[in-house]
Design a protein around this ligand. Structure first.
Ligand code: NAD
Length: 443
């Protein structure tokens, strides 16, 4: 078991000063999500009066575990997989963060996602630190039996550093409630009794929370609606485009549709669909249940992901993966009012500058998609108390937290005269630094 603290990416190497525009774009495309996370951190820190030691501490991940493990495949062969679990910070409580199954997972990506979880939990003021995990695999190419074997063995490998009081995983890209159920069962088997609070995003029949599946997408739209209200804009009738049609993207699109928006286009990894008069989202959700892709949906024009990002709309919602809006793609974006980040890290710092020049409001990931971790927190509380809430209560409490958090970040951005992203980071980093100083340095 290799546990070590995080090395930092050489961010200074990645500044594009003196390079041609194309070279800068090329360099940016090679940037990892962790480089983006560190660059965002470096922009926020000057707004806070922090000591150098604290800055260095917050910049690094507290604990990183890399595991290699065998899985018996259906054809009788044995395949070795690589997995990670990273704890970025635990000053405000046990670490919390999803588990991603994807061929693109690497340690830098997991570090970035863990760091963003720390700031996110602090922004919405829930008592967690940040973590993330992942396995390098393509879940679409694994049978259910192989996926279960992989999940149970990965859980066993990361077992020493997860637990209801230590680090609580949840779903992310490529994982779902069933995967969380296998994690919960494996962890419980090792301890000899049921420990539902070790993961969130479980099915409701084994201690999951009502409303968790919908939480992130709903939270995105609660935030968008509050932002529209704050800016005096009218949401019903607005044209919305969503990249990614998984858990977050599909619920965001459905909620937008229910709020009276016209969802013009959505996409998944295979491509997108576009209808200039608005897609029938409930029908598309039925379609995807059967065909597992939006591609081929008949009441729409087939488009590529690149075309989707460049379509005119009022609100563009990236809800797929990191680095989608870059120095290269952002200039082509024709959104008129807002970018709302359902995904983690979809926008690079270069793209942020492009959007600022265009006068677009960007609601940052660590605020916009925090609904998932908020209801994960509710699930953990319900598991610990063994007292379960009705969906109405969950949705009402979620809405209250998202509205309050948007208002806090908006106020901070006005006070500091900075973007919503920077304001959210300043708030998150500031709260974590404060907790660190209150606790003091051990030993
Ligand atoms: P998911 O696996 O359910 O869905 C991902 C979707 O994105 C799929 O439709 C997939 O086909 C699509 N996709 C993947 N790569 C793409 C690409 N290059 N171009 C276009 N589409 C692509 O995952 P999810 O849980 O919905 O997560 C999506 C994003 O939201 C991730 O960034 C994740 O970290 C973030 N997020 C998820 C949650 C949650 O509760 N699940 C919470 C907060 C943030």
């Amino acid at each position: 078991m290799a546990i070590r603290t995080g090395a930092l990416p050489s961010v200074s190497m990645k500044t594009h000063n003196g390079k041609t525009k194309q070279a800068a774009v090329d360099a940016e495309m090679k940037d990892s999500a962790y480089t983006t996370a560190i660059r965002q951190f470096d922009r926020a820190v000057p707004f806070l009066n922090l000591k150098a030691g604290i800055i260095e501490m917050l910049k690094r991940c507290k604990r990183e575990l890399t595991v290699s493990f065998p899985v018996k495949m259906d054809d009788g062969s044995v395949q070795i997989f690589t997995g990670y679990r990273v704890h970025h910070n635990t000053a405000r409580g046990p670490s919390k963060g999803g588990i991603r199954y994807s061929p693109q997972v690497d340690l830098d990506e997991v570090r970035a996602l863990a760091m963003w979880m720390t700031w996110k939990c602090a922004v919405v003021n829930i008592p967690y630190g940040g973590a993330k995990g992942g396995v390098v695999c393509d879940p679409k190419r694994l049978s259910t039996h192989e996926l279960e074997g992989l999940t149970r063995r990965y859980t066993t490998e990361i077992g020493p550093i997860i637990g209801p009081e230590m680090d609580i995983p949840a779903p992310d890209m490529g994982t779902n409630p069933q995967v969380m159920a296998w994690i919960m069962d494996t962890y419980s088997m090792h301890h000899g009794y049921s420990i539902p609070a070790v993961v969130t995003g479980k099915p409701v029949n084994i201690g999951g929370s009502e409303g968790r599946l919908e939480a992130t997408g709903r939270g995105v739209m609660f935030t968008v609606r509050e932002a529209f209200k704050t800016f005096g804009w009218h949401l019903p009738g607005c044209e919305v485009i969503v990249q990614g049609f998984g858990n977050v993207g599909s619920v965001t699109a459905l909620t937008a549709h229910e709020m009276g928006c016209q969802v013009l286009a959505v996409s998944d990894v295979d491509g997108g669909v576009y209808n200039p008069t608005g897609l029938n989202i409930p029908k598309l959700m039925q379609y995807i249940k059967e065909f597992r892709t939006v591609k081929g949906f008949s009441e729409a024009e087939q488009i590529t992901n690149d075309e989707l990002l460049a379509l005119p709309c009022d609100v563009l919602i990236p809800a797929a993966t990191e680095n989608q809006l870059t120095g290269l793609t952002a200039p082509k974006v024709k959104a008129r009012q807002m970018i709302a980040e359902g995904a983690n890290g979809p926008t690079t710092p270069e793209a942020d500058e492009v959007f600022a020049d265009k006068g677009l409001v960007v609601i940052p990931d660590i605020l916009c998609n925090a609904g998932g971790v908020v209801v994960s927190y509710f699930e953990w509380v319900q598991d610990q108390q063994k007292l379960f809430w009705e969906e109405e209560d969950v949705a009402r409490r979620l809405e209250r937290i998202m509205i309050r958090s948007f208002r806090d970040v908006y106020e901070e951005s006005n006070k500091l005269k900075t973007s919503l992203r920077n304001a959210a980071l300043v708030m998150g980093i500031g709260r974590v630094a404060e907790a660190t100083m209150t606790r003091g340095l051990y030993p």
